[in-house]
Design a protein around this ligand. Structure first.
Ligand code: TRP
Length: 452
């Protein structure tokens, strides 16, 4: 079974080495794993929370798309799209907003930090804080839950958001009585989660300590590397590797063997200036071929647009059916459908045809239910590890016909047996008579399906 891995990148800045090492490189490597179904997207709605400068957002979207493609992202393998191309995401955001407790959002780090700053400055606690910032975690939960992602690679600062997405998903599942959402897990690359910047703090645009990935070419890369802060030990003096940003940066690009040689040279007294040259050469070795592709891509924005539009179509083919199911679950049904008992995510058509509804369990298993024309649950399939197998059984039931169905009573429920194996179970009924009636209803439903 494939693991669905999803991550978003906020389109405000220009990619730097920290983004590359901490997010882009591991994400692309993961996408080559046959067991991974990768969804990578540009969080451009999130960008609006951080920036009200259209030109900057626009430029950043282009640069980030070109960067990921230049770094080796294969849009045929990965679903690569823009958040703002998926209308199901804001739609889901609202459905989730309505089950999210305000207190949960009060506790979000980013919001709390903004409040604390205001208080420290003697301002009104919510001064300058938009509702967008406040709602950030819900939008992010929608990003993740719209695709039922299993794993979400993020930096440590985002772990709380993933936990909130889980909380919100659980609450929705519970309130509406179904396994609508898979509970996502944060995935932290322990080795390289945070790359130090020029001043040794985490490399981040907000600290203004970044080393650009492509911007400014090799010249700018070299100049910036020369500005890495080191201690005052002179050439010939032994250097300590422990809190050396320069050494950590080297390690993030070099092999273990290269790193050993480099570390030894520093301990033996290599000067910082020389070490910076070596670091530059090592980074440039990796970056140069990607920069060349980047320059080609960025010169043809129309091609990038085509790739993203295609990615959005792929993404929507997954999000749209899920959101349709959720709309039904919360009661936003079409007027020409039959109402169903509260708490059941059932859909019925006005033409009263039986209907299958597929879903995924917390443990990743694929299952489906069969509902009768009145929206009554008839059957729950067994679990399948492979969605294709679940699909094959659905197909089979589509053509089986009521006369052919083997139904074995089991307590107050019954099993549907196909090829000698129980493949689905009915709900438990109040008594034998109701169970018999339900069996009749199932046979009628199977006949209706076969005749359709
Ligand atoms: N908030 C994330 C960040 O700043 C970006 C993001 C938005 C994201 N939506 C997401 C990451 C969904 C993972 C999944 O890094």
């Amino acid at each position: 079974m494939q693991t669905r891995v999803l991550t978003g990148i906020t389109t405000t800045g220009t990619p730097h080495l920290g983004n590359y090492v901490g997010a882009i490189r591991p994400a692309i490597a993961a996408s080559h794993d046959a067991g991974v179904d990768a969804f990578y997207f540009m969080a451009d709605y999130h960008a609006l929370i951080k920036s009200d400068q259209p030109a900057r957002i626009e430029r950043s979207r282009l640069e980030i798309a070109a960067t990921w493609l230049a770094c080796g992202l294969d849009p045929a393998r990965v679903t690569f799209y823009r958040q703002s191309d998926i209308p199901e995401i804001p739609e889901l955001t609202w459905l989730l907003t309505c089950v999210t407790s305000k207190g949960l959002l009060n506790r979000a780090h980013a919001y709390k930090a903004a409040v604390d700053r205001n208080v420290a400055e003697g301002e009104d606690s919510d001064a300058g804080i938009t509702a967008g910032l406040y709602m950030y975690p819900v939008l992010m939960a929608a990003d993740i839950l719209a695709f039922n992602a299993n794993k979400v690679p993020v930096g440590r600062d985002q772990i709380q958001h993933i936990e909130m997405a889980r909380d919100i998903a659980q609450r929705f599942n519970h309130l509406y009585g179904g396994t609508f959402f898979t509970l996502p897990e944060a995935l932290i690359e322990e080795q390289v989660a945070t790359l130090p910047g020029l001043d040794g703090r985490k490399m981040s645009k907000s600290y203004d300590n970044t080393i650009p990935l492509f911007e400014g070419g090799p010249k700018r890369l070299r100049e910036t590397i020369m500005r890495i802060v080191t201690d005052s030990r002179a050439p010939g003096e032994a250097k300590s590797l422990d809190d050396s940003a320069l050494f950590t940066l080297y390690q993030a690009f070099a092999s273990r063997a290269e790193t050993q040689v480099f570390g030894k040279a520093l301990e033996d007294g290599m000067g910082w200036g020389e070490a910076k040259e070596i670091l530059f050469e090592r980074v440039e070795d990796d970056v140069a071929p990607m920069r060349e592709r980047y320059d080609q891509l960025i010169a043809r924005p129309g091609d990038i647009e085509d790739i993203l539009v295609e990615g959005a179509a792929k993404a929507r083919s997954i999000a749209a059916p899920l959101v349709a199911q959720l709309r039904d679950a919360v009661g936003l049904r079409r007027m020409n459908t039959v109402a169903t008992p509260a708490g059941k995510a059932t859909v019925t058509k006005s033409d009263k045809m039986p209907r299958f509804a597929s879903f995924r369990e917390d443990d990743g298993a694929f299952r489906f239910r069969l509902f009768g024309g009145e929206g009554d649950e008839l059957l729950l399939s067994r679990k399948f590890a492979d969605p294709k197998q679940a699909g094959a059984l659905r197909q089979r039931l589509q053509t089986l016909g009521g006369g052919q169905a083997q139904l074995d009573a089991e307590g107050l429920a019954y099993h549907l047996v196909v090829d000698g194996e129980p493949v689905a179970i009915s709900p438990a009924y109040a008594d034998d008579t109701s169970r018999e009636a339900a069996m009749q209803a199932l046979r009628a439903a199977l006949d209706a399906l076969a005749a359709a």
